[in-house]
Design a protein around this ligand. Structure first.
Ligand code: AMP
Ligand code: ZN
Ligand code: FE
Ligand code: FE
Length: 290
């Protein structure tokens, strides 16, 4: 069946999206449908600490739409939260599997600690309801935020982050530290490419970028909803300086989260997927594993 869409390297790619497997609102199937309707040529599913959603999407498939294996790992370096995106890795690799299992378990413990704080603050939400909102997926603060809105304690998800859940707010609970260099190593060991997500959310990123480059970072998210043209130009210049692939996407969650853009509104060329996979395969061939 002929598919009426731009094909191959002419297409556009959204390389940062979430599904119900983590804190997105669309199921993998619904996300594929939305990507296909939006005329995208490629979509990477980058759920927090899980590959369940992208595996489901790969099993379903969609004609003319390239689905890219992905994941997003929350890390901390010198007290700053840094998100590392992984692409094109083998989801069955033992090191990666172990890390994902640990991180998902730790998310549940952290959610319970956040609930305790909210109860003490006089804005109670139940762990049962949060677990319901998370379904079978990994639990995150957005689920807690949605429960706070439902219970009438916050006017929106953003308000819940601003007053309770964001870094420095009274119900904020830090996660067990994962060094970004370690996340990069685990992604590489699984045969994938590692990318620094939304650098602007990590204060001081220009200072620590060389350390991540030394650890083998492959790319940097240049195109993102919150990045005006001047920021994109600056991030492009950093990519050129350090020899990084320029990636991008929407961080689509299916609702108006922090970035607040619709699927496919900020994209890169499908060719970027090839650049990432090429870096990953060259590293594998070199056999260094890091
Ligand atoms: P967690 O993985 O539990 O640390 O939660 C991180 C997620 O919360 C990210 O994927 C963002 O989508 C979302 N988030 C972080 N800060 C905000 C904010 N200020 N407003 C809305 N969503 C946010
Ligand atoms: Zn998220
Ligand atoms: Fe992120
Ligand atoms: Fe994300």
């Amino acid at each position: 069946m002929a598919v009426p869409r731009e094909s191959g390297l002419m297409g556009r790619a959204d390389l940062h999206t979430h599904t119900t497997a983590s804190d997105g609102l669309l199921t993998p199937e619904q996300l594929l449908e939305a990507a296909w309707r939006g005329g995208l040529g490629a979509i990477a599913i980058t759920d927090h600490d899980t590959v369940e959603g992208v595996q489901e999407a790969l099993a379903i498939g969609s004609p003319g739409l390239l689905v890219v294996m992905g994941v997003e790992l929350s890390c901390v370096l010198a007290g700053v939260e840094i998100h590392v995106l992984g692409y094109g890795f083998d989801p069955t690799a033992v090191g990666l599997r172990t890390l994902l299992d640990e991180r998902a378990g730790e998310r549940r413990t952290r959610a319970a600690a956040i609930v305790e704080r909210l109860v003490a603050l006089g804005v109670p939400v139940s762990m049962g309801r949060i677990a319901e909102l998370a379904g079978s997926g990994t639990i995150g603060r957005p689920h807690v935020a949605r429960a706070l809105v439902e219970a009438g304690h916050a006017s929106s998800v953003g308000d819940a982050f601003d007053r309770f859940l964001g870094a420095g707010q009274p119900a904020y609970v830090e996660r067990q530290e994962l060094a970004p260099q370690w996340a990069i190593a685990v992604i590489h060991a699984a045969g994938g490419a590692a990318v620094l997500a939304h650098p602007l959310y990590s204060p001081g990123y220009a200072d620590f970028l060389p350390d991540l480059v030394d650890a083998g970072l492959d790319g940097i998210e240049v195109v993102y909803p919150d990045h005006p043209p001047a920021i994109r130009r600056y991030l492009s210049s950093l990519a050129a300086r350090y020899g990084l692939v320029e990636t991008g996407g929407t961080d689509f969650h299916g609702d108006f989260g922090r970035a607040g853009k619709g699927l496919g509104e900020t994209t890169v060329a499908v060719d970027v997927v090839g650049q990432l996979l090429l870096r990953a395969s060259r590293r594998q061939e070199a056999g260094s594993g890091s």
